[in-house]
Design a protein around this ligand. Structure first.
Ligand SMILES: Cc1ncc(C[n+]2csc(CCOP(=O)(O)OP(=O)(O)O)c2C)c(N)n1
Ligand SMILES: [Mg+2]
Length: 332
């Protein structure tokens, strides 16, 4: 597995693109801060796993995709849906269990779907979506398209048999799929104190015959470029890639887990915040003369309006009709 590449320098001609990456990361962060508040107030039911700290992974990788590619993610997937273009209102309404949510209120936080945008979940069972993503990639190849599938999962999924079966088959069959392991250092067990650090995916995965790269998952541009290279391999050669994004989540495993948890120190968290993905891109853009404080404040204000609108859409959304219990989300 190759080591992280050096941070790319900014190209002034791409200022709008960088601004869009920054906007998406700020949207995800503020959206999740608000959903965390709403959860604490009892307005969101079920589980809720926040992504704060990891924004660069979903935003950078998804920016490298085409609109007709498929994206699969785990239960920590609000960000992936938002980066894919699902509206903040449709995601928030789903968290609130409302009929105007992207899964019609039947899925909640862990089961966001948006077929129109090729976003195929939202999967609560660790590793369960990895073979499904390879199946989608198989279909794309079988139909002789150059569409690809991208699958995001946590590093604990590397312990699941289906991960190994899928990588083996993807390599043998040369499937156009990109596996993105979001290695945030912790995979939560059933008891908080049993959270295990599995901060070393590469040695368990490198035995498969496919290109693999380790990426700085706190750097949105590094994520974008690594994914771009992987999409070229997939579209041009129909070949799979494994990316290991080294990242960090600031919040607990879920809303049931205190911020620092029992398994890491406050100092570790503070140290990781020094590599904040939003601040990193903001600083790079500012130093490159592509952003000033005023423009950043305007971006934040616009995002905050969008998040407040999303809350209103969720709160005013109807509860699902009980008859919807017997219908499929996508088949009327
Ligand atoms: C097959 C299976 N086993 C156990 C669980 C309970 N569980 C939910 S999240 C999780 C940890 C996953 O950690 P990781 O893959 O690193 O993702 P992260 O939460 O760090 O994003 C576990 C064990 C589950 N959902 N599915
Ligand atoms: Mg993890």
């Amino acid at each position: 597995m190759t080591q992280p590449a050096a941070a790319p320098s900014l190209d002034p001609a791409r200022a709008e693109f960088y601004l869009e990456l920054l906007r998406q990361m700020v949207l995800i962060r503020h959206f999740e801060e608000k959903s965390g508040e709403a959860y604490a107030q009892g307005r969101i039911g079920g589980f809720c796993h926040l992504y704060i700290g990891q924004e660069a992974v979903a935003v950078g990788a998804i920016a490298a995709l085409r609109a007709d590619d498929y994206v699969f993610a785990s239960y920590r997937e609000h960000a992936h849906a938002l980066a894919r273009g699902t509206s903040a209102g449709a995601v928030m309404a789903e968290l609130f269990g409302r009929a105007n949510g992207c899964s019609k209120g039947k899925g909640g936080s862990m089961h966001l779907f948006d077929v129109e945008r090729g976003f195929l979940g939202g999967h609560a069972i660790v590793g369960s979506h990895i073979p499904i993503a390879a199946g989608a990639a198989f279909a794309m190849k079988y139909r002789e398209t150059d569409r690809i599938a991208v699958c995001f999962f946590g590093e604990a999924a590397v312990n699941i048999g289906a991960f190994h079966e899928t990588l083996n088959m993807a390599a043998l069959w040369q499937l156009p799929v990109i596996f993105i392991c979001e290695n945030n250092r912790y995979g939560m067990g059933t008891a908080l104190e049993r959270a295990a650090a599995v901060w070393d995916v590469s040695h368990r995965a490198c035995s498969y015959d496919m290109a693999s790269e380790m990426v700085d998952g706190m750097d949105v541009l590094a994520m974008y470029e690594a994914t771009q290279r992987a999409t070229e391999r997939a579209r041009r050669d129909g070949a799979p890639t494994l990316l290991e994004a080294r990242t960090y989540r600031y919040m607990g495993h879920s809303m049931a887990d205190p911020i620092h948890g029992h398994y890491r120190t406050k100092e570790e968290l503070e140290e990781q915040k020094q590599h904040d993905p939003i601040e990193t891109l903001r600083r790079q853009m500012t130093q490159g003369g592509l952003l000033d404080d005023e423009a950043f404040a305007a971006l934040v204000a616009e995002v905050d309006r969008e998040v407040l609108d999303a809350l209103a859409i969720a709160e005013n959304g109807p509860e699902p009709d009980p008859a919807a219990l017997f219908t499929d989300v996508y088949v009327p």
